[in-house]
Design a protein around this ligand. Structure first.
Ligand SMILES: [Zn+2]
Length: 225
């Protein structure tokens, strides 16, 4: 498959006020790898369409993720930036390899599509962190991840370009966390809300963000790993 380079603009990630909640597995049913996600998603076997994930993933702040093993309670604030960066070698390897654009099955994203998604997750969370720091109790508009994947034609983007963009956005948001004093409790307690009513603090937002990113590294792990 030879991907077509589209004039995509990572900064133009669509954020709307619809009711669907962003989550680590939007558009990525992973039915063939996980028993825990299979009941949450439906796949239309007649096409390559993936039904949308409507699960609210905020539970991952309360207990470890049974899929990727992420434990929000075990995240040290000063390590958030470094852990966000830690997946980059995996993404670079996958995006420069022969399977970059290959979906493991018709209903699971290719590494390229996952990488586009993670890049855009970073862009959205960069904006959210800035909102929490700059406003009192801001409300985040919902980000429709599936709509973004379709409108931005993730599958048609250029893997090398996406690798560069992902590296850039990873560094940008990791650096934003790096400068925050991990001992400043008032800072990390700054509140925010999502449009569905979920309540976050800067602290829980960072942990939620990190899980999303680490979960997708798990999503693209080698079969059997
Ligand atoms: Zn997970």
């Amino acid at each position: 498959m030879s991907p077509t380079v589209l004039p995509t603009a990572p900064r133009a990630v669509h954020v709307d006020a619809s009711t669907r909640q962003d989550s680590p597995s939007a558009g990525t049913p992973d039915l063939h790898r996980s028993s825990t996600s299979g009941t949450l998603l439906c796949v239309d076997e007649g096409t390559s369409e993936v039904m949308r994930d409507t699960k609210d993933w905020t539970w991952v702040l309360e207990r470890p993720c049974e899929q990727c093993g992420f434990d929000a309670a075990g995240v040290a604030r000063h390590q958030v930036g470094a852990r966000l960066r830690a997946g980059m070698p995996t993404w670079h390897r996958l995006l420069s390899g022969p399977t970059a654009t290959r979906r493991p099955d018709p209903t699971t994203w290719s590494p390229l599509e996952y990488a586009c998604h993670v890049r855009d997750v970073h862009i959205v969370f960069s904006a959210r962190v800035a909102m929490v720091l700059g406003q009192h109790d801001p409300e985040f508009a919902n980000w429709d991840q599936d709509e973004t994947a379709e409108s931005q034609a993730y599958a048609e983007q250029d893997p090398a370009t996406v690798a560069r963009e992902l590296a850039q956005e990873t560094e940008r948001v990791a650096a934003a966390y790096d400068v925050l004093d991990p001992t400043d409790e008032a800072l990390w307690a700054r509140p925010a809300r999502r449009s569905n009513g979920s309540v976050f603090t800067l602290d829980s937002l960072a942990r939620y963000h990190l899980h999303d990113v680490e979960h997708h590294v798990w999503d693209v792990r080698p079969a059997g790993a």
